[in-house]
Design a protein around this ligand. Sequence first.
Ligand SMILES: [Zn+2]
Length: 193
Amino acid sequence: MPGILLFLWATYASMICKLVTDAEAKTACLMTYFAGHILRHWGIFTPTNHRPWIMRAPWFYETLNQCYREYGLQNVGPVTMRKHRKIQEMARLRDITLPVDLLSGDACQAVWVCIHHKELHKDHRDLNWLITHQALPVRTRRYREGQLGLPSCPWPKCHGATETIEHLLWLCTCAKEVWKRVKQIRKVVTSVS
Ligand SMILES: [Zn+2]
């Protein structure tokens, strides 16, 4: 899931947990009443007999459970759940790298590091992501989705070759010309051929 959703959810969940566990908070009883059933399962607070709560929480508390399961935060404890930064850290630590065909686990991790390299501009990182997930809207893809009548490259020198991601970036006559010029510029700037 994108970071923004994790951020929003972590901020919301930590605020609820703080309000429920803070003895000084005037809203603690109210929050316990509505969200107590959910937070009891999380181990955030221990129920007592003299405090009522409802078994079916309103939807805006039920959503807490969805993300809790989604991010695999079971048994992280109240200390973590009271701080949104700690929740985000924990959720990121539990992220797993998806395997890629023909790559070992370490090589796979190295590829992902290069794709999201911190020195790359955000647009370039986004482009890398689209390429890796085969989601770049090249003509083959748009043709498959019914947006175009033909999947072929529009450059005359390509003689109607199918425009795949590989073609767009490396095999297209236009791309080859661009790479040739990039090589010349790099040679001038860095003196590396
Ligand atoms: Zn082409």
